[in-house]
Design a protein around this ligand. Sequence first.
Ligand SMILES: Nc1nc2c(ncn2[C@@H]2O[C@H](COP(=O)(O)OP(=O)(O)OP(=O)(O)O)[C@@H](O)[C@H]2O)c(=O)[nH]1
Length: 474
Amino acid sequence: MMSHVDSLWEILVIITVVVLAGLGLLVGYLRGGGKKSAPPVAPPLPAREAKTRSANTYKPGSTATIDTSKGATSKPAEPSKPSAQPTTPTPKDRSGDVAAGGTGTVPPAAREGAPTGGPGTERVEPAGPQQAQPPLPATETADIEQISEQDVATPTEAPAEQQLERPESARGRMTRLRSRLASSNNALGKGLLTALSGDTLDDAVWEDVEDTLLGADLGVDATTEIVDGLKRRVQVEGAPSSEQLESWLHQELLAQVGVDMDRRIAGTRVGDRPAVIMVVGVNGTGKTTTVGKLARVLVAEDKDIMLGAADTFRAAAADQLETWGARVGVPTVRSDKEGADPAAVAFDAVKAGKDNEVDVVLVDTAGRLHNKVGLMDELAKVKRVIEKQSPIDECLLVLDATTGQNGMRQAEIFAQAVDITGVVLTKLDGTAKGGIVVLVQRELGVPVKLVGLGEGADDLAPFDPEAFVDAVLD
Ligand SMILES: Nc1nc2c(ncn2[C@@H]2O[C@H](COP(=O)(O)OP(=O)(O)OP(=O)(O)O)[C@@H](O)[C@H]2O)c(=O)[nH]1
C-alpha cells in the first residue's frame, strides 16, 4: 500500500515539473513575438557622408563670389551647411570628417595593387561597392602598369591636431587687393595721361603713348590698336578735354583687356564626378603657391577639395602643397619619393577625389624647362593618365608677370603640350608691366582668370577687367 502511494507521488511530481517547463517555454515564445531575434543593424550612412568619413574635409561657410559656375551643378543633395563659422575654426562637426590624428594626406587611392597605408595615415576608402571597370585594351594599360610598379604615395607623420584657417572670401579680397594692383600698375596710367596732357596731340605725343604702352608689355598689336582708336576718336570728335581723353583711354584699354571672355573657374562637380583642374607652369612662377591659394578660394566657397602633388621633381614642393592644404583641412595625395612618376600621383589624386565625391581635384605639376621635349612628354603623359580617370575640365597656366616676353615664350611651350584654358598671372603686385594681361590673352587666345597680388595666403583674386583698368588709371 505504501509503495503505491510513493509511486503516485513520484508521478505527480514528474507531471508538475513537465507542466511548469511547458508553461515557461510558452511564456518565452509569446514575449519574443514568435520571431527569432536578430542582432541590431546600424542604419546605413548616406553615400556622400560615408565616403568622406576618413577624409579631411573641413569647409568654412562663406558667400564668396568667385565665379566657379563653369560646369554642371549636379552635386548630390547635401544637408544644409552652416552660413557662419567661429572665428577660430575647428574641424567640422561631422564626427568622421577629420579623423583623429589625420594628416590631411591621402596615400594613393584604391588603385589595384598600389601599396598604401602605414602608421599615422588615413586611407580614404570608397564607401559603397566599387563598380567593376571593364579591362582596358593592352595599349591603354601601358601607363597604368608603369605607374603601379614605380610609384606609391607614402604616408607622412601625423601632425598634432591643428586649428584650421578660414580663408577670405573672393569679394573681400578684391577690395583689399585693388590698391595693391593700383600702386604697382598706375605708373602706366600716369605715363599715358601725362603724355596726353599737352596742348596738342601731334606725332610726338602718339609716339610717347606707344612707348608707354609697349613698356608695360602690351605688345605691338594691342598698342597699335589703342593708339589708332584714340587718333580716330580725336579726328571724329575734335580736340578733347582731358576728362574725355581719359574716358576714351579707359574704353580702349578695357576693349583690349576684354570684357566678354569667360573667366569662370571649373569649380563645380560635373555630373557625378569632381571637376579636375590641372595647374602647369615653370617652377618658380608661383605655381604651387597658386594651387594652395586656389584651394583656399574654393574652400571659402564651401567646396570639398582634393590636392594632387604631382610636382615630384622637388620633394619639398609636395611638402609645401600639403602644408597649404592642411591649413584649411584639404587632403593631399602625394608621393614621398623624389622623382616619382607625376602621372601616378595625378592618377591617384583624381581617383581619391572621385571616391570621396569632392567638388574639385587640383593637380599641381612640375615645370622644368631645361628640357623642353622632356617637359612636354611629361605633361602630355600626366594629362593622358588623368584622362583614364576623368576628363580635365581646366588647365591653368601660371605665369610670372614680372618675366615679360620671357614668360610669353614659356607660355607658348606649355600651350603646345597641353590645352590651356586659362592663365593665372602671379606677382602682378611686383610689376608695372600689367600690360602682359593683354599680351598673354592675345597670344594664347585664353583669358586671364586669376591674378596673384602678393605672398599672403589669400592674395589671389579672380581677374576683373574693370577693376584692373580702373587701377591702372587711378
Ligand atoms: N609677390 C608675389 N609673390 C608671389 C606670388 N605668387 C607666388 N609668389 C612667390 O613666388 C615664390 C615661388 O612660388 P612657388 O609657388 O614655390 O613657385 P613654383 O612655381 O611652385 O615653384 P616650385 O616650388 O619650385 O615648383 C614664392 O616665394 C611665393 O611666395 C604673387 O602673386 N606675388
